[in-house]
Write a protein of this length. Structure first.
Length: 86
Protein backbone atom coordinates (compact mmCIF):
# COMPACT_ATOMS: atom_id res chain seq x y z
CA UNK A 1 0.00 0.00 0.00
CA UNK A 2 2.80 2.42 0.93
CA UNK A 3 4.58 1.69 -2.36
CA UNK A 4 1.45 2.53 -4.39
CA UNK A 5 1.09 5.79 -2.46
CA UNK A 6 4.73 6.67 -3.12
CA UNK A 7 4.36 5.85 -6.83
CA UNK A 8 1.28 8.06 -7.04
CA UNK A 9 3.13 10.95 -5.35
CA UNK A 10 6.07 10.51 -7.71
CA UNK A 11 3.76 10.61 -10.75
CA UNK A 12 2.17 13.83 -9.48
CA UNK A 13 5.59 15.41 -8.87
CA UNK A 14 6.81 14.40 -12.33
CA UNK A 15 3.68 15.79 -14.00
CA UNK A 16 4.05 19.06 -12.09
CA UNK A 17 7.74 19.35 -13.00
CA UNK A 18 7.10 18.65 -16.70
CA UNK A 19 4.33 21.24 -16.83
CA UNK A 20 6.63 23.89 -15.31
CA UNK A 21 9.36 23.44 -17.90
CA UNK A 22 9.24 26.09 -20.61
CA UNK A 23 8.32 25.40 -24.19
CA UNK A 24 11.54 25.61 -26.19
CA UNK A 25 12.15 26.17 -29.89
CA UNK A 26 14.81 27.19 -32.37
CA UNK A 27 16.57 30.38 -31.30
CA UNK A 28 16.03 29.97 -27.55
CA UNK A 29 19.01 30.20 -25.19
CA UNK A 30 19.74 29.54 -21.54
CA UNK A 31 19.72 26.97 -18.78
CA UNK A 32 16.52 25.25 -19.91
CA UNK A 33 18.13 24.65 -23.30
CA UNK A 34 21.16 23.18 -21.51
CA UNK A 35 18.87 20.78 -19.63
CA UNK A 36 17.26 19.78 -22.92
CA UNK A 37 20.64 19.25 -24.55
CA UNK A 38 21.89 17.13 -21.63
CA UNK A 39 18.81 14.93 -21.91
CA UNK A 40 19.37 14.52 -25.65
CA UNK A 41 23.06 13.69 -25.13
CA UNK A 42 22.03 11.09 -22.52
CA UNK A 43 19.85 9.53 -25.22
CA UNK A 44 22.88 9.41 -27.53
CA UNK A 45 22.13 12.38 -29.77
CA UNK A 46 25.52 13.87 -30.73
CA UNK A 47 25.07 17.54 -29.88
CA UNK A 48 27.01 19.96 -27.71
CA UNK A 49 25.64 21.38 -24.47
CA UNK A 50 26.05 25.10 -25.08
CA UNK A 51 22.65 26.53 -24.13
CA UNK A 52 21.90 27.56 -27.72
CA UNK A 53 18.88 25.95 -29.42
CA UNK A 54 20.40 25.98 -32.88
CA UNK A 55 20.17 23.81 -35.98
CA UNK A 56 21.84 20.75 -34.42
CA UNK A 57 19.61 20.83 -31.35
CA UNK A 58 16.51 21.29 -33.49
CA UNK A 59 17.54 18.37 -35.72
CA UNK A 60 18.11 16.17 -32.65
CA UNK A 61 14.74 17.18 -31.17
CA UNK A 62 12.93 16.34 -34.42
CA UNK A 63 14.71 12.98 -34.66
CA UNK A 64 13.79 12.21 -31.04
CA UNK A 65 10.17 13.23 -31.60
CA UNK A 66 9.93 11.04 -34.70
CA UNK A 67 11.46 8.09 -32.88
CA UNK A 68 8.97 8.47 -30.02
CA UNK A 69 5.92 8.87 -32.28
CA UNK A 70 5.44 12.54 -31.46
CA UNK A 71 4.75 15.33 -33.94
CA UNK A 72 8.23 16.21 -35.22
CA UNK A 73 7.90 19.98 -35.14
CA UNK A 74 11.14 20.70 -33.27
CA UNK A 75 9.24 22.40 -30.46
CA UNK A 76 9.83 21.03 -26.97
CA UNK A 77 6.56 21.20 -25.07
CA UNK A 78 5.08 19.05 -22.27
CA UNK A 79 4.81 15.86 -24.35
CA UNK A 80 8.40 16.05 -25.55
CA UNK A 81 9.69 16.90 -22.06
CA UNK A 82 7.75 13.94 -20.66
CA UNK A 83 9.16 11.60 -23.31
CA UNK A 84 12.69 12.87 -22.65
CA UNK A 85 12.33 12.18 -18.94
CA UNK A 86 11.50 8.49 -19.42
Amino acid sequence: MQEKTNQKRLMILEATAVNRLPTLRFGDRGNSVRILQRLLVAKRYPISVDGDFGVLTETAVKAFQTRRGLRADGIVGPRTWRALST
